[in-house]
Design a protein around this ligand. Structure first.
Ligand code: DX5
Ligand code: ZN
Length: 228
């Protein structure tokens, strides 16, 4: 994949926001400085929880025309939802590699549908499982909690995976997700993550703008150190 200069991007997860007001909550996050929206899609099978699907994403897209949407597909059969999510206006389709037999084919189908490709790893999945597919991806997502629920404790022992990726792929978009907030952003940024998903730490904050700005400042200072 062609990789541009490394940039910090903050993508709030709306999972624990007030979903009865999904549009307003999403717009507020964007107005407060979010670079993209991380939309958690769960099927009650790959993970023990249910959230939103493509009909909801499509409605959200009809109200928010230009923002970058990532869907984090925590589903057993991610191939099934490629077309509906592309039709719903998704920009980045991030799927878990664990249930997928033909990862290159998935990457190709996602691209043919007009979306970028993200490869996600559960905590127990080693980096060697994804290694041979990194060139096919735009983003690698290292989960820092067991997928399924917001508000869990950050797993610091996932940082060696991020470090390994950054060391070997200096310009790769590396995303972290789960328990990331003001107390854990240092570990993420020092390890080399540049795409930061943060749910409860942002949506529960009284000053979302300040939290987003602070996360960004920490990541940008690490990116700067890498570049000098
Ligand atoms: C967990 C989801 C995450 C999560 C983030 O399965 O993929 O996106 O909701 O929420 P926090 O930041 O609260 O862990
Ligand atoms: Zn997520």
């Amino acid at each position: 994949m062609a990789r541009g200069p490394l940039r910090c991007k903050i993508g709030p997860s709306i999972l624990n926001a007030d979903l009865s007001q999904l549009y307003l909550e999403s717009q507020r996050l964007l107005d407060n400085g979010a670079d993209y929206l991380h939309l958690d899609v769960m099927d009650g099978h790959f993970v023990p929880n249910l959230t939103i699907g493509h009909p909801v994403v499509k409605c959200l897209r009809s109200k928010i025309k230009t923002a970058f949407f990532e869907t984090h597909m925590m589903v057993s059969n991610p191939e099934k939802w490629i077309e509906p999510m592309a039709d719903a206006g998704v920009n980045l389709y991030t799927f878990h590699i664990e249930p997928v037999k033909e990862i290159p084919k998935m990457c190709r189908l996602i691209r043919e549908a007009g979306m970028k490709v993200g490869l996600a790893l559960k905590p127990a999945t080693g980096i060697e499982e994804v290694r041979q597919f990194i060139e096919l991806a735009d983003v690698v997502l290292i989960m820092t909690v067991e997928p399924g629920f917001g508000g869990q404790k950050f797993m610091n022992d996932m940082m060696p995976k991020v470090q390994w990726l950054r060391h070997n792929y200096p310009l790769l978009d590396i995303e972290v997700d789960g328990g990331v907030g003001l107390n854990t952003i240092n570990a993420c940024s020092e390890a080399g993550a540049n795409m930061i998903v943060s749910g409860t730490a942002i949506t529960n904050a009284s000053n979302q703008r300040a939290v987003i700005a602070s996360l960004r400042e920490t990541v940008e200072s690490s990116i700067h150190k890498c570049n000098v």
